[in-house]
Design a protein around this ligand. Structure first.
Ligand SMILES: NC(=O)C1=CN([C@@H]2O[C@H](COP(=O)(O)OP(=O)(O)OC[C@H]3O[C@@H](n4cnc5c(N)ncnc54)[C@H](O)[C@@H]3O)[C@@H](O)[C@H]2O)[C@H](O)CC1
Ligand SMILES: [K+]
Length: 504
């Protein structure tokens, strides 16, 4: 699903109004019905509804919702803030005029000062102050109003977006003058800001409501941001042909493990094997030989000359891909081996975990990472490589910049994993759940991404579908075991099931 900016959404909306002859009132009516339906499915008419409406079409949505809820027997208090010089939008004025005579609605239009009403704990606050038309961070009376709403203990439902939040970048709003919603009901499209962890506290639970706005209008519109869904992965994944052999599914060298972290080699190897790699060789220190050959007998093992750390990475054969990093540690010998190996590599690599920590000790080394390699940092590894960040938003912006500068793919792990391409495109992946926050989970992902590159997928798609399948495998594991205590090996075990579900 494409993720559009607020400006693009406005132009899609205008195109629908012009080309399809739909009026803006009709669009508000559609949005309000979907919102009302969602509210009615969650809360009974005994809950008092308190509607805060702004001067634009977000306010119009809120006023229309107020009327619909009153029709359904809810008790509704409405406060319309008509305090700016620009007055009300046409739709907002239309719904204001309509509301003044509706039984069951207590309506007040504020044009000047006002005494804030008591918001009781059982109230449902409907936040329709501002949506995609917000121009600058809130200040003055609106800022105080938002603070007042946030200080109540009521349930807060934000229409389209929490008021005060922007659809894209919110660094300037980190002062938090934004409604903290319990539930955000987005109209037709999710926004970029929904996928950035800093904003989770504003959004609460969020849901996109389909108002059949724009299937035609949005199809042609380009966007650098994309939410990867199951149907996309199904389209990208190739079924295995009936006549096939392991030679058709690529070869991978996994450089992983050191004394005390051979488990990382096991997790990554399982990730690669469960996602269909044709041939897997693991290179690790000699101490890994027995554990690897007994716990993952499907993989070959190539022993380093050193007993406990990797000191030399010189592949003895051609591999379709080399994945490097899980559990290798950052011993001087290993840092030097990683440096030598990267300097002589020309094909895309997958680099994770301690592979990245080794690079962080030789910052110039990033210049020599082959183009289209995939690096898979979590926030800590990312900051070790590129410097400290104080927000997830700034980290994502740096990822876009560094991906372009080094011509590499950056898979930044999180609730919504972001796969950033050098051309600025970002795939967001939300298939995972809390169960994936477990040791070894990232190693499994490295194995999956490497395996898909070896199987012939381009590195950007291998990273994107790899992250999706990894997330889904974690979610499937959690269906059996809950979100506490799923093991990375459980995630690996569910990879084949996730792929089967996607292909069916
Ligand atoms: N996407 C759709 O197809 C539909 C969206 N709908 C709803 O419409 C709003 C967007 O409406 P719009 O009128 O463009 O903007 P807002 O209501 O968010 O606000 C505009 C209003 O506010 C003033 N303003 C802007 N910033 C500030 C500020 N910092 N302080 C004070 N005042 C400010 C501005 O000048 C305008 O007067 C969208 O979110 C949906 O809720 C419809 O439902 C139709 C379909
Ligand atoms: K809102």
């Amino acid at each position: 699903m494409k993720i559009f900016t607020s400006a693009q959404i406005r132009s899609i909306e205008n195109a629908v109004i012009e080309k399809e002859g739909v009026t803006s009132i009709e669009l508000v009516e559609r949005a309000a019905s979907a919102i009302t339906w969602e509210i009615m499915s969650r809360w009974r008419p005994s809950r008092p509804m308190m509607v805060f409406a702004g001067p634009g079409n977000n306010g119009a949505d809120a006023l229309a919702v107020a009327r619909m809820l009153a029709d359904e027997g809810y008790t509704v208090t409405v406060l319309l803030f008509n305090v700016t010089d620009r007055g009300l939008s046409d739709a907002c004025r239309h719904y204001r005029d309509e509301l003044t005579n509706v039984p069951g609605v207590s309506f007040t239009e504020i044009t000047n000062d006002f005494n804030p009403p008591v918001i009781t704990r059982d109230a449902i606050v409907i936040d329709g102050l501002f949506g995609s038309g917000l121009k600058e961070p809130l200040k003055g009376g609106f800022k105080s109003l938002v603070d007042y709403i946030n200080s109540s203990n009521a349930t807060i439902v934000s229409i389209d977006m929490p008021s005060g939040m922007f659809g894209e970048w919110n660094e300037a709003t980190l002062s938090r003058d934004v409604v903290h919603a319990t539930l955000t009901l987005a109209i037709e499209f999710p926004r970029l800001s929904f996928f950035i962890q800093d904003n989770a506290e504003f959004l609460g639970e969020w849901k996109v409501l389909d108002i059949k706005l724009a299937s035609n209008e949005s199809r042609g519109e380009q966007s650098p941001y994309y939410l990867l869904e199951k149907k996309d992965v199904k389209r990208i994944l190739r079924q295995r042909p009936e006549f096939c052999s392991k030679a058709d599914f690529g070869s991978m060298l996994l450089v992983a493990g050191c004394y005390g972290m051979i488990g990382a080699s096991q997790m990554a190897a399982l990730g690669a094997l469960r996602s269909g790699i044709g041939r897997l060789t693991v290179h690790g220190p000699r101490c890994g030989f027995i554990p690897m050959q007994t716990s993952v007998p499907e993989a070959m093992f190539h022993a380093d000359q050193h007993d406990i750390v990797i000191t030399d990475i010189s592949p003895k054969h051609e591999y379709d891909v080399v994945a490097l990093g899980p559990g290798i540690g950052t011993h001087d010998y290993t840092v030097r081996a990683v440096e030598n190996f990267i300097n002589m590599s020309t094909n895309p690599l997958v680099i994770d975990a301690d592979g990245l920590n080794c690079i962080a000790q030789r910052p110039n080394l990033l210049e020599h990472v082959p183009p289209m390699s995939v690096i898979t940092p979590h926030a800590g590894e990312f900051d070790r490589l590129f410097g400290p960040h104080t927000s997830h938003e700034s980290r994502l912006k740096t990822a876009v910049e560094k991906s372009a500068y080094y011509s590499i793919i950056i898979l930044l792990k999180g609730r919504y994993t972001s796969v950033v391409r050098p051309d600025g495109k970002i795939y967001f992946i939300g298939s995972g759940c809390q169960a994936l926050a477990t040791p070894g989970s990232g190693d499994v992902l490295t194995g999956i991404v490497g395996s898909f590159i070896a199987q012939g997928y381009t590195p950007d798609l291998a990273a994107a579908i790899g992250a999706y399948i990894h997330g889904m495998a974690g979610t499937l594991a959690a269906e059996n075991d809950g979100t506490f205590g799923v093991l990375a090996t459980d995630v690996a075990r569910n990879i084949s099931k996730a792929i089967r579900d996607i292909l069916n």
